[in-house]
Design a protein around this ligand. Structure first.
Ligand code: AP5
Length: 234
């Protein structure tokens, strides 16, 4: 890989269609390396729940499986990136999703003396993606993700991580919206694979394997990038 030279901490991007495992693997990387997961989907869902102006504007678009405007997404991301805990390095989960967002990210990172260290393209087939999204549920207390058959809780009804007993399902996790989200991904986000291939930071990951195997391969791929970033020269 021929990554551009820049200084400072690790900035990793997990790129992939709905259900590729971006959220699941971001949390695994957080635990393995102490990085911070920044999910624009989670930030937007929090804004919808809080009824902020950004959330009100985003709600209908998210329920239809489209993309929220770059302006809104960049606003919530930039605000989160300005917090000090992001200094150890971040995993961007679900961002960028358009070329304009990728360019805005480069500008934002340049102001911090950073650049994108690695972009991992998580590759899954369409049927798998729909099955994963349809069976997903999340711990309402700590946000740990589960799946009815692929990743059930060890004790039914109790979160493995925090012991919470309340679980939620996303409004956009139904077959119809999942198909719309996939179409949006192909049209607007998949072109970023070629973009990052050209900039020399793209890695491809077989995300059809089970969760542990994907984690193992992902850690092996990104570990050198994280170490290099922390030693001050990416
Ligand atoms: P977002 O929340 O980012 O959703 P998404 O990209 O559709 O991705 P998902 O969260 O559905 O999937 P994932 O890849 O994280 O999979 P997970 O790990 O959960 O975005 C939602 C909406 O917000 C968008 O549609 C858009 O409207 C808006 N938005 C967000 N960011 C935006 C941006 N930058 N610009 C504009 N709009 C934006 O796994 C899924 C399930 O599968 C889980 O149950 C899990 O347990 C299971 N699983 C995971 N990996 C495996 C495996 N290897 N084997 C078996 N099961 C697995």
């Amino acid at each position: 890989m021929n990554a551009p030279s820049c200084t400072q901490t690790a900035v990793l991007i997990l790129l992939g269609p709905p259900g590729a495992g971006k959220g699941t693997q971001s949390r695994a990387l957080e635990r393995a390396f102490g990085l911070i997961q920044l999910s624009t989907g989670d930030m937007l869902r929090a804004a919808v729940k809080a009824g902020t102006p950004a959330g009100k504007a985003a709600k209908a678009v998210m329920e239809a499986g489209g993309l929220v405007s770059d302006e809104i997404v960049l606003g919530v991301l930039a605000e989160r990136m300005s917090q000090p805990d992001t200094g150890r390095g971040v995993i961007l989960d679900g961002f960028p999703r358009t070329l304009a967002q990728a360019e805005a990210l480069d500008d934002l990172l340049a102001l911090r003396g950073q650049c994108v260290g690695a972009v991992v393209s998580m590759e899954v087939d369409d049927e798998t993606m729909v099955a994963r999204v349809a069976g997903r549920f999340t711990c309402a207390t700590c946000g740990e993700g589960y799946h009815e058959t692929l990743k059930p809780a060890k004790m039914a009804g109790t979160c493995d991580i925090c012991g919470g007993t309340d679980f939620t399902r996303r409004a956009d996790d139904n077959a119809e919206t999942a198909r719309a989200r996939l179409a949006t991904y192909r049209q607007q986000t998949a072109p970023l694979i070629g973009h990052y291939e050209q900039t020399g930071v793209l890695m491809r990951l077989d995300a059809m394997q089970d969760i542990a195997a994907v984690s193992r391969d992902l850690v092996r791929m990104v570990e050198p990038v994280i170490r290099k970033g922390r030693s001050g020269g990416m």
